[in-house]
Ligand binder design. Structure first.
Ligand SMILES: C[S@@+](CC[C@H](N)C(=O)[O-])C[C@H]1O[C@@H](n2cnc3c(N)ncnc32)[C@H](O)[C@@H]1O
Length: 358
């Protein structure tokens, strides 16, 4: 199986290069309104941001910044196929403006814009982030009635264009079966609180690159892609940054398109792509090894696993996992400055499976 990965260094408010109804899944994280690191970018995109900032008008600035993002949500809706999902990682912001401390609810503002556009809002995920910062207490410290609750979570908003996706024809139905996730992963991944995303074995790109562009963890994009798309699908990230979504699509056997206005990200994106093969191998090996561990515990507890997975020959809990197999990139080449082509093969078991022999 082959997938293609394309980068557009242009403004995602106008994604004319992407046809209507052509994308299966959007996975993205925009610049966060009201977080100071993104002030310059928003000011460049709309001068009204600067006017609000000089007037110390927090609510005005919040609204103008979101009006910069709104067209991207509109464009995402246009390019998504009916039944396609959009997963948007966004955090709220706290900020003191003119001595007034307030919470700016980015997630709520994006949800209301998305609903107006026509998206259906589905149950979302709270990503509980680990923070060990010593200065995390805000306000009056130990003295009552002036301290503020610390923001230790972000959101992953889950939206859908129109109703449920239909899988038509034998080939598409089989691709869906082969893209199943393990029963035990389903219980974990479809929980509405994600506690840790430390699973990534190896960092992508350069730690500094990733920090500068506020990259989300590889595991976040990889899970969402496996939860909301099937092998061979088209994934879009309108704010691709260092290319984490592209890397996760490459690892999971989906094609991808990414947009970013910052051409300086080119070396970081290339470093990300170079890291994909070893990372994808480790991620697949870990998932398969975790399934083996799960099977051993379940059998030891006297609980049955009634079904057999055909590609790997190991037991699984449900018949939906019968055709499940994981992909890894066998060959990854950059065909020009903004394109990659990946050939995928089935991930092999990192161990010899012997449970059926016993
Ligand atoms: C939060 S970062 C995305 C990080 C990314 N998820 C990653 O893992 O590296 C947001 C990105 O959006 C880009 N950006 C901001 N406005 C944009 C626009 N209108 N169109 C395309 N990209 C934009 C910024 O340059 C930045 O790289």
């Amino acid at each position: 199986m082959k997938t293609g990965h394309l980068i557009h260094f242009s403004d995602a408010r106008c994604m004319t290069a992407v046809a209507d109804d052509s994308i299966d899944l959007v996975v993205t994280s925009p610049p966060y309104p009201m977080i100071e690191m993104w002030d310059d970018l928003f000011q460049k995109l709309d001068s009204a941001v600067k006017t609000c900032l000089s007037r110390q008008d927090g609510p005005g600035m919040f609204e103008v910044m979101h009006r910069v993002l709104d067209p991207v949500w509109q464009e995402s809706f246009r390019v998504l196929k009916p039944g396609g999902f959009a997963c948007i990682n966004i955090g709220d912001a706290t900020r003191t403006i003119d001595s007034h401390f307030a919470l700016y609810t980015n997630h709520a503002r994006i949800l209301s814009a998305a609903r107006e556009i026509g998206f259906t809002s589905l149950p979302c995920i709270i990503w509980r982030k680990q923070t060990n910062a010593p200065n995390k207490f805000m306000g009056s410290g130990m003295l009552p009635a002036g301290a503020y609750v610390t923001l230790e979570h972000e959101y992953i908003l889950i939206l859908r264009k129109h109703g449920k996706r239909e899988f038509k024809g034998a080939e598409e139905k089989q691709r869906r079966r082969e893209s199943a996730i393990f029963w035990e992963e389903r219980n974990h991944w479809f929980s509405d609180v994600w506690f840790d995303l430390k699973g990534t074995v190896q960092a992508l790109a350069d730690a500094q690159d990733r920090k500068r562009s506020a990259a989300f963890p590889f595991e976040l994009a990889y899970r969402l892609i496996n939860m909301f798309s099937v092998k061979g699908d088209q994934v879009l990230d309108p704010f691709m940054g260092t290319g984490t979504t592209m890397a996760a699509a490459m690892a999971a056997g989906r094609s991808s398109t990414g947009f970013d206005t910052d051409t300086h990200l080119t070396p970081a994106i290339q470093r990300t792509a170079r890291g994909v093969k070893p990372l994808a191998g480790q991620v697949a090996a870990r998932r398969l090894a975790q399934h083996q561990e799960f099977v051993e515990h379940r059998l030891a507890a006297g609980k049955p696993l009634k079904h057999a997975n055909e590609p790997y020959g190991f037991p699984v809990v449900t018949s939906q996992e019968k055709f499940l197999y994981l992909l890894v990139p066998a060959d990854l080449i950059q065909t020009d400055a903004t394109r990659f082509r990946v050939t995928h093969e089935m991930a092999q078991l990192p161990f010899t499976y012997s449970l059926f022999d016993n």
